[in-house]
Design a protein around this ligand. Sequence first.
Ligand SMILES: Cc1cc2nc3c(=O)[nH]c(=O)nc-3n(C[C@H](O)[C@H](O)[C@H](O)COP(=O)(O)OP(=O)(O)OC[C@H]3O[C@@H](n4cnc5c(N)ncnc54)[C@H](O)[C@@H]3O)c2cc1C
Length: 377
Amino acid sequence: MIGGSSAGLFFATVLKHFLPPAKVTVLEKEKKLGKKLLATGNGHCNISRLHIEPKAYNHPEYLQKCLALADNRWLDEMLSAMGILTQNRGELLYPLSFSASSLLALLENGLRSNGVDVVLDTKVEDYVSNGQRVRVETNNGTYECDLLVIACGGASSPNLGSDGSFFGVLRKHGYQIVRPRPGLTSIKTNPRPVLADGSRHPCHLKAYEGENLLYEETGEVLFRNDGLSGICVMNAESSIERHYQKGKDYRVVLDLFPDLSLEDLRAMYEKALKSHGPKALLAFLDPSLCRFVESLAPQDVPSYLKDMSFAYQGSSGFAHSQVTLGGVDLSEIDEKMRSTRESGVAFIGEVLDVDGLCGGFNLSWCLLSSYLLASSL
Ligand SMILES: Cc1cc2nc3c(=O)[nH]c(=O)nc-3n(C[C@H](O)[C@H](O)[C@H](O)COP(=O)(O)OP(=O)(O)OC[C@H]3O[C@@H](n4cnc5c(N)ncnc54)[C@H](O)[C@@H]3O)c2cc1C
């Protein structure tokens, strides 16, 4: 197995549960297992959801197909095979401990007690499949196996392990790789809300390609000196990047008072003007956001507060991205996650061209792809 973070650890654990005699070796290039898993959900690990809606993914029909292939109780089976107790907070599923560190410690404990070999600080550089066995070449020696499971992730947050370098090896093996792009990250905008840097405001966000609405969500937006952030912005970024075509215009439009009609907001603004004159905006926004709005001198302030438009100038890159858009093309695998190009090779997790929105969708994919592979062996 290449990669000892989310998908790799889930798979190794459940395989030993489904198929105890299997000999499993995890090859991880970092000095520790699960660096990215530890960072998930702000250290709480939003591991899955009560309902896994296919429409939150880049390929909804594919997800629908995978969910239909799995037993109805697949998620319970996975969690129970890993010995993970959970709690739900609304739709979101977390470990009962509410701690990614505890979850990782339990997974490591499971690997140890089930005799899984963990080899750290070992980077897989290439592999050769002769149709029967796979020889895996690392910077630390050679390994042989019947099945090489590739769970090396994408290119997002390279400081947490996955740096996208294995896509180069896979291209050499002939795999179609959908161009990797950063997903679930903050965006750069024009205008840049420099004066509002650090302000947060609840908004209803809409993302457009030209006049086409791509995405909308209500949530808190963080204004930054080069653009916007916050969960709804990160989701909008993924939605824009999934569609992105050079030469088209993309923008994000914020309604800062979605619960008020324009007429009501206008009446309140008139009232505030009477009470506070030029300081009226302070009745609506924090001082930094007031300065930003005032610097743009909109003719009709209430309309602007309900229709604050930012041209999309790109994402803030892989460094802070939570998921990679793109990866191994889905035509390269069968429904059991096995390569259709090389025998003895399978893929699970983010290395594949599957990405979901924030809220447990990406770890759900790691769990689901691990389940489909492990239950087929
Ligand atoms: C800050 C942050 C918060 C997140 N929060 C959530 C959340 O709460 N819920 C959710 O659903 N998703 C969340 N995600 C997304 C989720 O963590 C990832 O989609 C998921 O971890 C992908 O799992 P993976 O095992 O496929 O890849 P990764 O977790 O990236 O693991 C791949 C592993 O492979 C190793 N590796 C790579 N190349 C090699 C090689 N050549 N040889 C050996 N080892 C190699 C890497 O070091 C790494 O450890 C978050 C992501 C980030 C960055």
